[in-house]
Design a protein around this ligand. Structure first.
Ligand code: 3HC
Length: 311
């Protein structure tokens, strides 16, 4: 009966065991995972837009090949995550429909424009760096399919982060104009990258329950602090400065203190008023419509396989 199921679920989570698709789970647990995994997947596919803006204009064949590989990886991360969401009984069509109609979110970070080539480096170093800081703990998430998807995503993210860092280093050590371009990109991407970790803990509506279910393993502020502590020495090695005059090492805390984040900007972007929200969703809806024939052809092919008994 329900109470025995609930007790077994609680015991499994308490023992750090994995909850699998066929296990009983509280409806609220399932719904929260669908919410988070779907929005994670949406972030991956919307995240392809800012970077693909530079694929045709990469400064060399090597940079173009690296960027194409990274954007393709993001599409693959989206597929792993939509598949993980489907194990919870939702369909990809339904989730995409919620994205296209604004009923589900994607990460705030992808509503900012990529104005110069240096932005590709800043995204790799900062955005993928933040994603790694957020996704490594998710490899220990209580829901099996999500945790396992994260293991593979994290391996590919580390390539994404390294290529961005290396791109910025080349610019930073290049001509004065290239150095200035790298610094300008870091100035524009630093604060929005800190916002990726979510609102402050005392304004996070899901954290307490998500941590009780061992979906979220560290709080938003904890991971944000971890990311700042990782970036400070890397910025020094890059010869670039982080745009925060209040950033300083706090011996007592063993962490870097940093300046106030503009949360009105964050909530404004979430409301749809960021620089690129409209453009990103319009592009996504158009791509979905233009891709309808691919879905129809794949479905027709699958049906034919099925009737031929080859499936
Ligand atoms: N952008 C958009 N919405 C955000 C957000 C952000 N940066 N941070 C928080 N939110 C939303 C939450 O989704 C929630 O709204 P909802 O109820 O409609 O879902 C609300 O703000 C309150 O935030 P909470 O902290 O209470 O929500 P969570 O407990 O879900 O924590 C999170 C937010 C830390 C982003 C968590 O959902 C998470 O870890 N998600 C998985 C990782 C992820 O989605 N990363 C996005 C970037 S993916 C990426 O960068 C790809 C890389 O390859 C480049």
């Amino acid at each position: 009966d329900a109470s025995a199921h609930a007790a077994a679920f609680d015991a499994a989570v308490a023992a750090d065991e994995r909850i699998e698709p066929r296990d009983w789970m509280p409806e609220a647990y399932r719904a929260s995972l669908v919410r988070q995994i779907a929005q994670h997947a949406h972030s991956e596919i919307i995240g392809m837009q800012p970077e693909s803006n530079w694929i045709t204009r990469a400064p060399s064949l090597r940079r173009k090949a690296i960027l194409m590989a990274k954007v393709q990886d993001e599409a693959g991360h989206g597929l792993y995550l939509y598949s993980a969401a489907e194990t919870l009984g939702v369909s990809r069509d339904e989730l995409l429909d919620k994205l296209h109609s604004g009923r589900q979110k994607y990460s705030s970070i992808f509503n900012y424009p990529t104005l110069t080539w240096a932005d590709v480096g800043a995204i790799g170093w900062l955005v993928d760096g933040a994603a790694i800081t957020n996704q490594v703990p998710l490899c220990r998430c209580s829901y099996g399919p999500y945790a396992r998807a994260m293991v593979r995503v994290c391996k590919e993210e580390s390539f994404h982060q390294r290529q961005g860092y290396e791109l910025l280093l080349a610019l930073s050590q290049g001509t004065p104009e290239q150095h200035a371009m790298a610094q300008d990109a870091v100035d524009r991407w630093w604060w929005p990258s800190l916002m990726m970790f979510g609102p402050p803990d005392d304004e996070s509506s899901h954290s307490a329950q998500s941590m009780a279910w061992k979906i979220k393993r560290h709080s938003n502020d904890e991971l944000r602090q971890r990311f700042v502590d990782i970036c400070v020495p890397q910025a020094e090695a890059l010869g670039l400065t982080l745009p925060d005059p209040d950033l300083r090492w706090n011996e007592e805390r063993g962490h870097h203190d940093f300046g106030a984040i503009d949360w009105t900007e964050f909530w404004d972007v979430l409301k749809g008023n960021g620089p690129c929200n409209e453009q990103r969703l319009t592009q996504r809806r158009r791509a979905h419509e233009e891709g309808a024939w691919v879905r129809d052809a794949a479905a027709a092919y699958a049906a034919k396989q099925h009737t031929n008994g080859e499936a």
